[in-house]
Design a protein around this ligand. Structure first.
Ligand code: ADP
Ligand code: MG
Length: 379
């Protein structure tokens, strides 16, 4: 019996009908452009969230999480709509709402993606629930539709204006590949990302500076983008070139101009990164990561001292490149390093954090892993 199976039984007193798992993610490059119709290049990490569930004969939804002391939250199906007060369980209830579920359920969650570390534990939770529901209730949604529905859950039910990237990669990723995702139409292509056989490693540095994306910082960045798009009469940032943006500088505020410059240059860096990966030119990839970080720090203004120290110390220790990942304002950074330098890089970042008086960071590495899947289907 797996761990999630056992805690479902301990919590609800019987065995679950289905267990699904969905991973967190790291975005190699293409940050803060998913909502600008951009391209992104994320990969799934090996840490995953499990969702075990069963249909109930009544109209109750009972839900518990191992990360919330297995405490059962009970809600009537008819009350599940945006505005219903709650805590973490809203991520799962939002998926139930977005998918139009008509059955009562018992749901147990066990998440192994660090919460609030910029590795998208929220998408892992949503996508594990969505995958389990899709199979358990034979809803027949394809992966693109599931991505849109789980995004809708987070946007409209939880109230976090996230883009489509996290849910897409959690659902669609393939082991050994990064996912080049076109955020406009959700078409995607796997790009081989074989770090290990090239003697490299991806170090993930969780700064332990925890951000809250509901405090408005993220929403304000999106508003700047919307405003630029409206003022320049384009459909999205994707239709802008650096030349066109520079020529229109007078129409924009200084802040709008640098926010847009991030979006435009980041979209082009994603294409360059795909070319670098296909040519196995990891030096070039490293340079692109560095340029992405500088743009997020200086133009988009979503970095923070902890992330900058993590990036600078990694590069000082010899990393090919490093950058903050995720929404920013805390969370994690990644560093592309030679595998032989892992210990030295960790020490270098640790001592830089100590000198700056920051809380000690956490480190882990992950190969590109598999997206959401059904683990077990009971009788
Ligand atoms: P991130 O997605 O980067 O980890 P978010 O702030 O978007 O950070 O999402 C974290 C939130 O998602 C948590 O505060 C919690 O409400 C919810 N969450 C994620 N995983 C779990 C889990 N396993 N159990 C309970 N809540 C979870
Ligand atoms: Mg999240």
């Amino acid at each position: 019996m797996s761990h999630i199976d056992r805690i479902f039984v301990d919590t609800f007193g019987y065995s679950p009908e289905i267990i699904a798992a969905a991973p967190g993610r790291v975005n190699l490059i293409g940050e803060h452009i998913d909502y600008s119709d951009g391209y992104v290049l994320p990969f799934a990490i090996s840490d995953r969230t499990f969702a075990a569930m069963s249909i109930r004969p009544d109209r109750l939804v009972r839900i518990a999480s191992a990360q919330r002391r297995n405490k059962i939250v009970t809600v009537n199906l008819d009350d599940i709509k945006p505005g219903l007060k709650g805590e973490w369980e809203r991520y799962a209830l939002g998926v139930i709402w977005a998918m139009g579920v008509k059955e009562g359920l018992d749901v147990m969650i066990d998440g192994h993606v660090p919460l609030g570390a910029g590795l998208s534990s929220s998408a892992a939770l949503e996508c594990s629930v969505a995958t389990a529901l899709n199979h358990l209730l034979s809803l027949g949604f394809d992966l693109q539709t599931l991505a849109r529905l789980t995004q809708k859950a987070e946007n409209d039910y939880v109230g976090v204006p996230c883009g489509i990237m996290d849910q897409s990669v959690s659902l669609m990723a393939q082991a050994g590949f990064a996912l080049l995702l076109d955020c406009r139409d959700l078409t995607s292509r796997n790009v081989s990302f074989d770090v290990a056989s090239n003697g490299l490693e991806l170090l993930i540095i969780d700064t332990q500076a925890h951000h809250s994306l509901t405090d408005g910082g993220y929403a304000r960045r999106r508003q700047s983008c919307d405003s630029v798009v409206a003022k320049l009469s384009v459909r999205s940032m994707r239709e802008l070139s650096l030349e066109k943006l520079s020529a229109s500088k007078d129409l924009l505020s200084d802040v709008e101009f640098i926010r847009a410059r991030h979006a435009v240059t980041e979209i082009s860096r994603v294409h360059s990164a795909v070319e670098a990966l296909e040519a196995k030119n990891f030096t070039e990839l490293g340079q692109l990561l560095n340029a992405s970080h500088a743009s997020l720090r200086d133009d988009y203004d979503v970095s923070c001292p902890e992330l900058n120290v993590a990036v600078d110390a990694s590069i000082a220790a010899g990393a090919l490149g490093a950058r903050m990942v995720g929404g920013g304002f805390g969370g994690s950074a990644i560093a592309l390093i030679n595998a032989s330098t892992t210990v030295d890089t960790i020490h270098s970042v640790e001592s830089a954090f100590k000198n700056a008086g920051f809380k000690a960071p956490r480190f882990f590495t992950s190969l590109p892993s598999q997206g959401a899947e059904i683990m077990q289907r009971g009788l």
